[in-house]
Write a protein that binds this ligand. Sequence first.
Ligand SMILES: Nc1ncnc2c1ncn2[C@@H]1O[C@H](COP(=O)(O)OP(=O)(O)O)[C@@H](O)[C@H]1O
Ligand SMILES: [Mg+2]
Length: 255
Amino acid sequence: MRRGFFLSFEGLDGSGKTTQLRLLAASLEEQGLPVLVTRQPGDTALGERIRALLLNNKTLEETKPDSKAADIAPMAEMALMFADRAQSIRQIIAPALAAGQIVLCDRFTDSPEAYQGGGRELGSEVVLALHRLLCNDLQPDLTILLLPDLEASMARARGRRTTLQTGKETQGASEADRFEQENKTFYAKVFAKYQVIAARETARVVALQGDLSMKATQERILQVVQERLQERERTQQESAPSKPFSPTQAKRRLE
Ligand SMILES: Nc1ncnc2c1ncn2[C@@H]1O[C@H](COP(=O)(O)OP(=O)(O)O)[C@@H](O)[C@H]1O
Ligand SMILES: [Mg+2]
């Protein structure tokens, strides 16, 4: 069966993933392409419960202080993330890819590698090993990694947090400063790990760094995705059984 195209969006909280994912989905749909949008954690019945446990019904950046408060051990946090991912692959991603859809996923395995592996210092290897074991090492065809400056991402995420959690504003200044400093150290480690991933996964990951406007980011993403989809069309046509058997292929097979 024709395989679809699997695209993940990665980056820090506030880096623009959800915004860009929606814009891209709209452009692809306008072209009449079959698009499925999903996110991790979440989107399956099990995943939503896991999401609520991990994020306490807020956005991902709040998982840090909240899971600390709830005293979720880093390994337990990671195990829950992988339980969600295994379910999501089985229930949503694999069937959509088998049906030839373009799957746009808000975060995938680079997130636990950056957050648990980097931020929580569990290391990459344990995350990659779990991914091989529990997720059959499924990799996106393309990963858009949004890496605006750390300060910019944090400021945007902070803005969102303040609107969501007005209660936090009543904290004393020193408590707020400590919280902010802790967050900054954590995010710097996540950011650094994302850069390690980008340097390692050069065929899969396209990193958009620095201070790009929303529009410039959108255009660049669309350009990269169009190129990759065209490339996929070409390779699928080449390997299609209807194509006459080529002497080069015969030669390659004999070698
Ligand atoms: N390139 C950009 N420049 C300025 N603001 C942006 C940019 N990309 C996203 N934003 C804004 O930053 C905030 C966070 O974006 P969002 O897509 O929710 O990030 P994420 O899903 O990565 O947490 C939103 O208010 C969004 O409008
Ligand atoms: Mg988001």
